[in-house]
Design a protein around this ligand. Structure first.
Ligand SMILES: NC(=O)c1ccc[n+]([C@@H]2O[C@H](COP(=O)([O-])OP(=O)(O)OC[C@H]3O[C@@H](n4cnc5c(N)ncnc54)[C@H](O)[C@@H]3O)[C@@H](O)[C@H]2O)c1
Length: 354
């Protein structure tokens, strides 16, 4: 059994520098980072210097065939997630790949198969599951505090915050906009909380009218409205085999008063809201805030550290992965169904999404 993991980093951009490398570096007694790679080699060299990483590569294939690695963390644009994951798994490395798993269900399925064939771990960066608020919600549902979940509501709403950096508005490199980039976290969280119910029918509509109009106020930097070809606002309604349903809305650039981050579930015996965590149960024929009501909030840094810790401990055989690849594949199925429904202008059925 390994006692120390040699972990390589692929893609040296924002999420690698701000979340994953610091979280890995904090696990000094369990992890070393022997190598990093980025197609932008000077960026990789700069990051290697900052974090004291000995070897720098431009091509991930060369890194995987030159350095002995037990695992890799993949932080590239979405288009490259599937190919890099499959190559790394075949080279014998466990993989933590950033979200979304891939651009399509087809690619995601190939990743699940490759992990099975290589007998290596594959997890996806859905770190919202690791917040204290999410843990509390999961525990409450497992303890039957709200009974059978009936209606779930998601509002992942940013006001005038199209990411003006990186490639987030490039459909070819990302596969979509606000839904595949931001909404995916909430779909993953809801499905995990609900214990992965079987979706039956999805209706969705995507929009980008605001971001394709000139002279819009945007708080997160400049982007080119003339080449903007991804969604900035999405609504959807999803029904499940067990009779429950999910109302979904996400946006990067909504015309609303302020940002909203909302995930709530009404169950047969009570209800809960995740941000901040609150639980509501009927007492004396009235709904009251229960005593467990507490401000367990959404701490992204803590969630990022817990995510890396769970991945590292799982590779070392000390824990099981919280985010399993088959679950992340289901998020891609829903994303694809929403885009598909919007393109076709009608609902789509997911009879047998496996
Ligand atoms: N979990 C989260 O909340 C979260 C937040 C931000 C980004 N992300 C995800 O992380 C990924 C990267 O996002 P980012 O914000 O770091 O973007 P970024 O643009 O800052 O960094 C991406 C890096 O990948 C490099 N790259 C591109 N193609 C490559 C290849 N084939 N091989 C090696 N390197 C390559 C680029 O040169 C760039 O340095 C995306 O999939 C994004 O969805 C997740």
């Amino acid at each position: 059994m390994l006692e120390e993991l040699r972990i390589g980093v692929i893609g040296a951009g924002g999420i690698a520098q701000d979340r994953h490398i610091p979280a890995l570096a904090a696990l000094k007694n369990k992890v070393t980072i022997p190598a990093i790679c980025d197609v932008n080699q000077s960026k990789a060299e700069k990051v290697a210097k900052t974090f004291d990483i000995p070897y720098v590569f431009k091509e991930y294939e060369e890194m995987l065939s030159t350095v002995v690695l037990d695992a890799v963390v993949i932080c590239t644009p979405n288009k490259f997630h599937a190919d890099i994951t499959i190559t790394a798994l075949r080279a014998g490395a466990h993989v933590l790949c950033e979200k979304p798993m891939a651009m399509t269900t087809f690619e995601s399925r190939k990743m699940v198969k490759a992990a099975k064939k290589a007998d290596k771990l594959l997890s996806i960066g859905y770190h919202y599951r690791y917040t204290e608020a999410a843990y509390m919600a999961k525990k409450s549902i497992q303890e039957q505090k709200i009974g059978d979940p009936l209606v779930t509501r998601i509002r992942a709403m940013r006001r005038r915050k199209v990411p003006g950096w990186g490639v987030f508005t490039n459909k070819e490199l990302q596969g979509g906009g606000s839904l595949i980039d931001y909404g995916c976290h909430f779909i993953d969280l809801a499905f995990w909380l609900l214990n992965h119910p079987q979706p039956v029918e999805v209706i969705g509509r995507t929009y980008n009218r605001l971001s394709t109009t000139p002279n819009q106020v945007n708080e997160w930097g400049a982007f080119d409205y003339q080449t903007f070809n991804v969604d900035d606002h999405v609504s959807s309604y999803i029904t499940f085999q067990d009779g429950s349903s999910l109302q979904f809305e996400c946006s990067w650039a909504a015309n609303i008063k302020e940002d909203e981050m909302h995930l709530s579930i009404s169950g047969a015996e009570g209800g809960l809201s995740v941000y901040p965590f609150e639980i509501y149960r009927p007492q004396d024929n009235e709904y009251q805030l229960s005593e467990e009501n507490a401000d367990h909030n959404h701490n992204e840094d803590q969630a990022g550290e817990r995510q890396i810790s769970n991945f590292v401990n799982s590779c070392l055989g000390m824990e099981s992965l919280l985010v399993k690849p088959e679950e992340a594949l289901k998020v891609n199925q829903i994303i694809e169904a929403i885009y598909d429904s919007s393109n076709k202008g009608r609902s789509v059925r997911l009879e047998n999404p496996e």
